[in-house]
Each structure stands twice: as structure tokens, then as C-alpha cells.
Design a protein. Structure first.
Length: 177
């Protein structure tokens, strides 16, 4: 599956720390598409990750997906049906729980600017995120795999770091430095 075959509206799903935002930015640069990071829509800027009111988030999400072209990273399953209805392609990053946890800790400790991160948010390890990765991620991965099998869109499942690296190379994508 090539980037062109995924069309102008690409939805990227996967667990926290799987590389969704980095991949979305790389695809956006390569294809000239706007990147939409759902974490930025869901949380209020300069609040250290406080969620927006639900209706406000859904309105921002639905406005973003009405655009003619985009690459959107993030899960937010309550809005997934309408996003997939508009999507022309799907990429599932199926990273293992251990990989997600390691990447999350590395990102929280060492990256000053998180890709797809929230403006004004502090980068630190949070127990809530560790708990989410350890206990919610396995069920989310199963749910995403089941969805992936059912969906009729052009799609690509990247199961692990090696497959993701191979996709970057084969698609001519550049990771930000």
C-alpha cells in the first residue's frame, strides 16, 4: 500500500507512544496535507492537559474532518465513526505495550517539544498515562485490530518499529530531526 493509494484524508490510529503524531507530520510534509493532532483539539492549550468540554471537542473534530484533505492522528473512539466515514485511508500503528511505554517515558523525560503535543503543557512522566498504557492499551490494540479487519478503506497495518521504519524508507518520508 502506498501513500497515494491511501488518498487525501488519512486516519492514523494506534496506542500512545506508537509514533502517530510523528508519522502524521511526516506524511503531511510529504503530501502537502494539513496535519490534525487530536490531542490538541481535545485538550485546552496552556492547561497541562485539561480536556475541553466534550461538545466543543466534537465540534472541532467534526469541523476538521469536513476539510477536503488531512492526515489525522489520534484515537478518540467516540468520534471515530464520523472520521472513518470521511477518511480515504487508514494506517494502524500496532505497537506493543512495552514499546509504547518505553517511548512514552523517553518522550516525557527527553523531548522538550512533543510532536502533536499541547501548547504550554509540561513534559513529565504521569502515573495516569503509565496506567493507561499498561491497562487500557492491550484492549485498545485488540479493538483497533478488529476494526482494521472490518473496514473497507485502503489500509495499512504497521506491526512494530521495524515495519514502521520500513514504511518511512519505502515512502520517502523524513522523520523530523
Amino acid at each position: 500500500m502506498t501513500l497515494d493509494e491511501l488518498g487525501p484524508r488519512i486516519c492514523i490510529l494506534g496506542p500512545s507512544g506508537s509514533g502517530k503524531s510523528t508519522l502524521a507530520d511526516a506524511i503531511a510534509r510529504a503530501r502537502g496535507l494539513p496535519a490534525v493532532h487530536l490531542d490538541r483539539l481535545h485538550h485546552l492549550p496552556h492547561t497541562d492537559w485539561r480536556p475541553r468540554p466534550e461538545a466543543e471537542f466534537v465540534a472541532l473534530h467534526d469541523r476538521a474532518i469536513r476539510a477536503p484533505a488531512w492526515v489525522i492522528d489520534g484515537n478518540y473512539t467516540r468520534c471515530l465513526p464520523q472520521r472513518l466515514e470521511r477518511a480515504t485511508g487508514l494506517i494502524l500503528l500496532d505497537a506493543a505495550t512495552a514499546t509504547s511505554l518505553l517511548r512514552y517515558v523517553r518522550r516525557a523525560w527527553f523531548e522538550r517539544e512533543r510532536r502533536g503535543g499541547l501548547e504550554g503543557a509540561k513534559s513529565r512522566v504521569r502515573w495516569e498515562m503509565i496506567h493507561h498504557i499498561l491497562f487500557a492499551t492491550p484492549a485498545g490494540r485488540r479493538r483497533n485490530r478488529e476494526l482494521f479487519e472490518r473496514i473497507a478503506l485502503p489500509k495499512l497495518r504497521l506491526a512494530g518499529t521495524r515495519e514502521l521504519d520500513r514504511f518511512y524508507r519505502s515512502s520517502g518520508l523524513q522523520r523530523p530531526s
